[in-house]
Design a protein around this ligand. Structure first.
Ligand code: LMR
Length: 397
């Protein structure tokens, strides 16, 4: 029977990691998957994580199952990270937070719950968006539509088009936004624009679903949550999918959460019960280790402050590499708008003019791996690879 299958294409992002592994060139550069790297090109385990793991190993007495939605304390800590230590009154009773295997697991569970609503909503995604969004929501049985977002000529947010676009979804449809550090463009709304988005979503009775995978990589943990918190103040219902892959460096521990704000505590119970069914029929209950690490860090003042300092170091290194990248491009007289690249936030930069053909040439001619959309993982740039990266870009442009 398996011979009747057709060969599926490689994954747009992790397929690059596989191709990179096969490339024999010793000077190859991987700027594909969104993974933080230090100056030496390594993805370190954070010191706060190692310290938490030591405590966990010493204190662990059992590996018994976790509750279907994960531990309550983890849920509370994640909720405070997302909505702040002083959230709007009553938010705690309206909020259900479930531990999920990574941000992807959170999105998929949400997709399955949305697909069970009596009126199955369409999910509206920004153009462009993370390569996996479409796959996740269509696998869950939902229809997707595109919203305008990015003006490639100006390398900036096309805010007017986005606001206009928000007039198209039907009431009850879902609008998928990126909480900060938009993937792949690095272009985010300003606080004033978030306010306008919140108002438009409210007026049109749309349900925001925020993919929040880079909290702390833009301007800071609190600053990056401004948009999400404005939505929480303005709207009766909101879904936030958090990932701790990047900000805690827990990529392979698959650690994330979904936080759903319902209209009131009774509706929150309906949400919780349906989340449980979606989780139980997918992976039964979540893997504990990554969430144990996050809980141990956030529940301990010293570990938490060490973690925040490490997060700030990662953020600063990415910013430094963004500047170096722009300066190196300028020195090579590349025809790219450096100011626009410097305005982008987080791990990524989308390079206008680089599409699938140019990305393929970068791989074939220069052994430089970037996503076909022209997305570069700025966190993978180092002082020792920036020259070769910019030569490759200038070459294909
Ligand atoms: C990315 O966009 O590269 C990361 O979020 C990794 C992934 O899962 O695709």
């Amino acid at each position: 029977m398996f011979r009747t299958l057709t060969l599926a294409p490689p994954d747009a992002i992790f397929g690059l990691t596989e191709a990179f592994g096969r490339d024999p060139n010793p000077d190859k550069i991987n700027l594909g998957a969104g993974v933080f790297k230090d100056e030496a090109g390594r993805t370190p385990v954070l010191a706060a994580v190692t310290a938490a793991e030591r405590r966990l190993v010493d204190g662990e007495r059992s590996k018994v199952y976790r509750p279907i939605v994960g531990e309550a304390r983890y849920g509370e800590l994640v909720r405070d990270l997302v909505f702040g230590d002083e959230p709007p009154p009553g938010l705690g009773d309206r909020c259900v937070t479930a531990h999920s295997p990574g941000g992807t697991g959170a999105l998929r569970v949400v997709g399955e719950c949305l697909a069970k609503l009596p009126r199955r909503p369409t999910v509206w995604v920004t153009t462009p968006t993370w390569a996996n969004h479409r796959a996740i929501f269509s696998a869950a049985g939902l229809r997707l539509e595109a919203l305008p977002y990015f003006d490639a000529t100006a390398n900036a947010l096309d805010f007017g088009a986005l606001l206009d676009g928000l007039n198209r979804p039907a009431p009850g449809d879902v609008v998928l936004l990126h909480g900060c550090c938009h993937n792949p463009t690095g272009v985010d709304p300003s606080p004033t624009q978030w306010q306008q988005i919140a108002e438009r979503l409210s007026a049109r009775e749309l349900l925001p679903l925020v993919d929040f995978a880079y909290q702390g990589f833009g301007d800071g943990l609190q600053e990056d949550a401004q948009g999400v918190r404005m939505l929480a103040e303005r709207l009766p219902e909101l879904i936030v999918c958090s990932s701790f892959s990047k900000n805690f460096g827990l990529y392979n521990e698959r650690t994330g959460a979904v936080s759903i704000l319902a209209e009131n505590a009774d509706a929150a119970e309906l949400v919780r019960s349906n989340l449980k069914v979606a989780i139980r029929s997918n992976y039964s209950n979540p893997p504990a280790h990554g969430a144990n690490i996050v809980r141990t860090i956030l529940d301990d003042a010293e570990l938490a402050s060490g973690w925040r300092a490490e997060l700030a170091m990662m953020r600063d290194r990415i910013r430094g590499m963004r500047t170096l990248f722009v300066e190196t491009l300028a020195a090579k007289r590349a025809s790219l708008d450096g100011a626009a690249i410097l305005r982008q936030r987080g791990m990524f930069s989308l390079i206008p003019g680089v599409g699938p053909a140019a990305a393929q040439s970068m791989r074939d001619k220069y052994s430089v791996y970037i996503v076909d959309s022209g997305r570069i993982n700025v966190a993978g740039i180092t002082p020792s690879n920036v020259e070769r990266l910019c030569d490759a870009l200038v070459g294909v442009l």
